[in-house]
Design a protein around this ligand. Sequence first.
Ligand code: NAD
Ligand code: MG
Length: 296
Amino acid sequence: MTKPDMPNPLTEYPQPPFPRQPMSAPGLTGEMTPTPDHGEQSYQGSGRLEGRKALITGGDSGIGRAVAIAFAREGADVAINYLPAEEQDAQEVVKLIEAAGRRAVALPGDITSEDFCQKLVQDAVAGLGGLDILVNNAGKQTAIDSIAELSTEQFDLTFKTNVYALFWITKAAMPHLKAGATIVNTSSIQARHPSPNLLDYAQTKASIVAFTEALAQQVAEKGIRVNAVAPGPYWTPLQPSGGQPQDKIEEFGSEVPMKRPGQPAEIAPLYVFLASKESSYSTGGLFGSTGGMPLS
Ligand code: NAD
Ligand code: MG
C-alpha cells in the first residue's frame, strides 16, 4: 500500500507498450493515446510567481503546456507562442490559464523568422504589460537514420527552430528584463547522450547548453539568471509526429531506469523553481529530469 500523498513514481503514470500513432508535425495533443498529463487535475499553486509576466514558446502542448498551467496557477500572466496549425491546442491552454484567474496572451507564428521573433517579444510585452520570465521551449525533432538521408533543408530548419530562434527571442527580450528576471531554456538528454538517429537535433540541444552557460555569465551582473532543463523521454506530440519512428513509440521510455516516459506534469515544477526567486543562486545550470538516465 502506498500513502495517498506518496505515490510510487514507477506506477503512477502510463508505461509502455503504447499504440503506434503516426501524425504529421507539429502534432496535436488530442491525437495522442494515452492523453498526456499536463497537471490539469493535479498542479496546485502557492503564489510562487505572483504578478510575474511570462512568455513560453511552444506553450500549446507538451512540456510548454504543463509549464503554462503551473505558471498561471502560481500567479503569473502567461503569453504562449505556437504554430498557427496548433490553434486548437493553444485555445485549450488559454482557457486553462484564464481558469487560474490570470491573463493569457496567444501569439501564433513561426519562430524560424527573425522578424517574427522580434514581433513576438514586442507583442508579449505589450499584451502582458512587461516581461519577467522567458521560457525558450519550442523545438523541432525529426528522426533520420542515416547522415546520407539528412537533408540540408532539415538540418537548417532544426537549427533555425532550436538554436537561431532561441538567440533571436532572447536578444529581443533582454532589453525588457530587469534584475530578478529569469530565462529557462529547454535542452535535452540528447545534449549529453545523442541518439544516432537525432544527429541534427542532438547538436542543437548541446548548443543550447553552451548558450545557457555563456549567457548566464554575461548577464549575471544585471541580476538576470539563465538556466536550462534537460528532459529525458517525455510523452508529448513531438515524439509521435516524427520525433521518433513508430516502432520506438511503442517502447517509448523503456530505455531509462524508470522504464516509462515522463509526463509533462512531472517537469513543470522544475521550470517553476528555476523561474522563481527560490532558485536565486542557480544560474548557468543544466537540470535533468530523465527517469534516471545519467546526464554526465
Ligand atoms: P511539443 O510538440 O508539445 O512542443 C514543441 C512545440 O514547439 C510545438 O508545440 C510547437 O508549438 C513548437 N514549434 C516547433 N516548431 C516551431 C516553429 N517553427 N515556430 C513556432 N513554434 C514551433 O513537444 P515537447 O516535447 O513538449 O517539446 C518541448 C521542448 O522539449 C522542445 O524543445 C523539445 O526539444 C524538448 N524536449 C522534449 C523531449 C521529449 O521527449 N518530449 C525530450 C527532451 C527535450
Ligand atoms: Mg504543439
